[in-house]
Every structure is written in C-alpha cells, then in structure tokens.
Ligand binder design. Structure first.
Ligand SMILES: N[C@@H](CCC(=O)N[C@@H](CS)C(=O)NCC(=O)O)C(=O)O
Length: 220
C-alpha cells in the first residue's frame, strides 16, 4: 500500500471546546482511536477568532470545525465524520444496512440542518435580546420531531444498538439544549439515549469540560 507523507501526519482539528460541531468531530476521532492535535479557535474572544483572515483561509464559512487531514482541509463536521469512516478502521459510524444508514443520515441532518444552525453565534447576535427564547423555540421544535423519530428507530443508540453518526450529533445537541435551559425531561427517549451515550469513553474524553481550551471555571 502506498502511504503519502500527508497521510502519516497527525490530523489537526481547529475547533472550540463548546462548539457542538467541534465536539462531533472529537467524538468521531475518539471512536476511531485516531490521535490528533487541536488548535483552539475562540468564537467569542477578540470579536471571534473564526473571523480572522488567517482562519478564513482554512474555512471560508468562518465556522469551526476545520480539519487538516491527509493533505486536505475539510470543514463541515458530517463530511469529516464520513471521511473518517471511509478511511479509518474501527467501528463503523454509518451502518452497512441501507435502511439503517438512511435513518442515521435522517437523524444527523435533522440535528445538523434543522436545529444547530439556528443557535449559531452570528445568528444569535442578530436576534439580540430575544436570543434565549429564540434558541429554546427552535430546539423544542426540533426535539419534538426527533423524539417521535427516535421512538421508532432507537435501541440503546439512536438507530438500533450500534453507535453511529446520529449519536455523535445527538449528544452535543443535548448539551446545547441544556445550555439554553430547555427541559430535556420532556423528551424521554432523547434523555435516555443521552445518558447512556455519556457513559461511553469516546463521549467522555471529547466532552467540552475537558478540552485544552476549556476555561478553568468550566473544567470538570
Ligand atoms: N454545518 C457546519 C456548522 C458549523 C458551525 O455552525 N459551527 C459553529 C460552532 S458549532 C460556529 O463556528 N459558529 C461561529 C459563528 O456563528 O460565528 C458543521 O457541521 O461543521
């Protein structure tokens, strides 16, 4: 097998401890057992380090995460997760069965397109004083739909009993919901899955409370 120098280098994750999309990628690295370096991008400090010209060169969307891997730069956490799944050994993050794989993508997209973008820093800055109610409204709207779907698809995990990209999306979104004081108890399946998944090592080591850029007062 031909190995290029780029594919031997450790991947570099440009992310932020509290960003749910960065956490998704950290979980995927941990599940696959891939060693990587982290470069913090503080979304708040200095007006947002994601807005610098230097960072824009990595990700023109000026969002985290961005990942340097195998000689390319990837943004969009779901693209990164699927690339890792296609190129790294370890547990599958998308099931082999087409129906289950479609369900994993459905749940991942519901969270990644239908809920998370509405709580982005630059969106909430535009909303202003109403931002808490705004975030709660859209998380509740998404979680109502997600709860109905998960009732049908979940076993120990979002789809059956195997961890997948859907679980990788779910746990950071519940963390966000709790930050915005959404009562997750209204969604018993979401709550149960989140509790089960948080017991797994890959979710623990990647948690926002224990990253290199986690402020001391938020460390576990
Ligand atoms: N679809 C993108 C979304 C990335 C994203 O929204 N990142 C947020 C943090 S989770 C961000 O960088 N926000 C910065 C801003 O809103 O200015 C992904 O999945 O990677």
């Amino acid at each position: 097998m031909h190995l290029s120098l780029a594919s031997l280098a450790k991947p570099v994750l440009h992310g932020y401890f509290r960003s749910s999309c960065s956490w998704r990628v950290r979980i995927a690295f941990a599940l696959k057992g891939v060693d990587y370096d982290q470069v913090p991008v503080n979304l708040i400090k200095d007006g947002g380090q994601q807005l610098t010209g230097q960072y824009k060169a990595l990700n023109p969307m000026q969002q985290v995460p961005a990942v340097e891997i195998d000689g390319i730069i990837l943004s969009q956490s779901l693209a990164v997760i699927q690339y890792l799944d296609e190129t790294r050994p370890g547990p599958r993050l998308l099931p082999a069965d087409p129906k289950k794989r479609a369900q994993v993508r459905m749940i991942s997209d519901l969270i990644a397109s239908g809920i998370q973008p509405l709580q982005n820093v630059h969106i909430l800055q535009k909303i202003g004083a109403e931002k808490l109610q705004w975030a709660q409204h859209f998380i509740d709207r998404g979680f109502k739909a997600l709860e109905e779907i998960l009732k049908k698809t979940a076993g120990k995990c979002c789809v059956g009993d195997e961890i997948s990209m859907a679980d990788i999306c779910l746990v950071p979104q519940v963390y966000n919901a709790e930050r915005y004081k959404v009562d997750v108890g209204q969604y018993p399946t979401i709550k149960r899955l989140n509790q089960t998944l948080l017991e797994i090592d890959a979710f623990k080591v990647s948690h926002p409370s224990c990253q290199p850029d986690t402020p001391v007062d938020l460390q576990a």
